[in-house]
Design a protein around this ligand. Structure first.
Ligand code: APR
Ligand code: PHB
Length: 401
């Protein structure tokens, strides 16, 4: 097979890129190693920045998002038993976030891809990228009994943190910046109507807790736990006890309790590989960077990366100029590092450290008090939470839709 852009991975990054390229008349082949159900059912985050929502609308993949997405103009930060609302829309000139599960985003993007009839292979085995230093890089894989080789002009490595693209870059090329945290998140989905219309980020003496949702009938909750915690140690009763202990506010607010339909533990990590490119291989999304989920940035960074990449590829095919491709990594990393900083800051502000001293505790409470009482501090949180600008926007990119 021959294509212009070979895309490894059918997560948000790969699927969004494929659609942006399709709209601009650029061919792609998407190669995914899991099956379609697995990719769609995988429970992940669910907060879309204003720019991600605008992008999905601009490229015509927002029908589900517009029907079932929940727009939130504000967010709560809770500590010492009191909830404080930060009015993001008022502080940012009308911007908001939208709660819409990543699995819904992926389902909608797969439907859109299939409607274009462009190739998308699920269950590809032994995926390998080769000749990335040359002008004709390849993706090889097996599909059923057939061995395939896709000859490409460019490969987009959108295969997540555990993919094959980043490790195929020769040793010594990438600088790795990494931080792990001494805690993880235990997350549940429960059949319970959300008891708050907006998210509640809670700091409690026993550790962080987060109230979120997926729909008018499904609540999504998280708890700070030790990093290597086994989910087997958490019966449903124990989970609810801990959730309610940490989240019940002095005014009586608390999450509604319901049947737990999914539970799991996620580790927390900050990670950046730079540059996000080697030869004709471009890394995008989790393949290049991971953020702890506290700032809800992972999916949004994947979207902003592929917008820059689509813009660069459009310039490449229209004028033959590699100038934008050469700037891809630099443009993405500027935004990535700011999101890294924000995610690290939210994480350290809201989690209890295992060796926390009384001084740390008092300083943290003062931090939270400042954040929730200073308009300047609230504006800073709000503008980062709804999403900082990128050098490349959909309008400035001149992409077709
Ligand atoms: N070959 C082909 N596909 C692969 C391979 C491989 N060797 N390894 C992984 N993949 C696929 C995964 O199965 C997954 O579907 O690549 C896809 C990567 O998708 P994501 O992990 O969702 O990453 P990305 O598209 O960058 O989206 C970032 O994902 O991790 C979340 O919360 C994070 O919201 C963020 C988002
Ligand atoms: C979620 O709803 O899954 C969610 C919300 C906010 C976060 C992380 C995850 O910061």
């Amino acid at each position: 097979m021959r294509t212009q852009v070979g895309i490894v991975g059918a997560g948000p990054a790969g699927l969004l890129l494929g659609h942006l390229l399709h709209l601009n008349g650029i061919d792609s082949v998407i190669v995914e190693n899991r099956d379609r159900e697995y990719v769609v059912d995988r429970v992940r985050a669910g907060v879309l920045e204003q720019g991600t929502v605008d992008l999905m609308r601009a490229i015509g993949v927002a029908a589900g998002l517009d029907r079932r997405g929940l727009r939130h103009d504000g967010v709560y930060v809770s500590f010492d038993g009191r909830r404080h609302r930060i009015d993001m829309a008022e502080l940012t000139g009308g911007k908001a976030i939208t709660v819409y599960g990543q699995n819904e985003v992926v389902r909608d993007l797969i439907d859109a891809r299939i409607a274009t009839t462009r190739p998308l292979y699920f269950e590809a085995q032994d995926v390998e990228v080769g000749a990335i230093d040359s002008a004709a890089p390849t993706i090889r894989f097996r599909h059923g009994d057939t061995a395939h080789e896709v000859r490409c002009d460019v490969i987009a490595g959108c295969d997540g943190f555990h993919g094959v693209c980043r490790p195929s870059i020769p040793a010594g090329v990438l600088a790795i910046y990494e931080r792990t945290y001494p805690f993880g998140w235990l997350g549940i989905l429960a059949e319970a109507a959300p008891s708050s219309e907006e998210l509640v980020y809670t700091y409690h003496d026993r550790g962080f807790a987060l109230f979120s949702m997926r729909s008018p009938a499904i609540t999504r909750l998280y708890l700070q736990v030790p990093p290597d915690e086994s989910i087997e140690r958490w019966s449903d009763d124990r989970i609810w006890n801990e959730m309610l202990t940490r989240m019940t506010a002095s005014d009586g607010w608390r999450p509604n309790v319901g049947r737990i339909v999914q539970k799991g533990v996620t580790p927390m990590r900050s990670f950046v590989a730079a540059p996000m490119r080697h030869g004709r291989l471009f890394l995008a999304g989790d393949a290049a960077h991971i953020v702890p989920p506290t700032g809800a940035k992972g999916l949004n960074l994947a979207a902003s990366d592929v917008l820059v990449l689509a813009r660069a590829l459009k310039a490449f095919y229209e004028s033959g100029s590699a100038e934008w491709l050469d700037r891809y990594s630099e443009i993405c990393l500027r935004r990535v590092w700011k999101a890294q900083r924000f995610s690290w800051w939210m994480t350290t502000l809201l989690h209890k450290l295992p060796d926390e001293t009384p001084f740390d505790h008092q300083r943290r409470i003062a931090d939270l008090d400042y954040l929730t009482s200073s308009r300047a501090a609230m504006t800073s949180l709000a503008e980062q939470y709804v999403g900082l600008p990128s050098e490349v926007t959909f309008e400035s990119a001149g992409l077709l839709h």
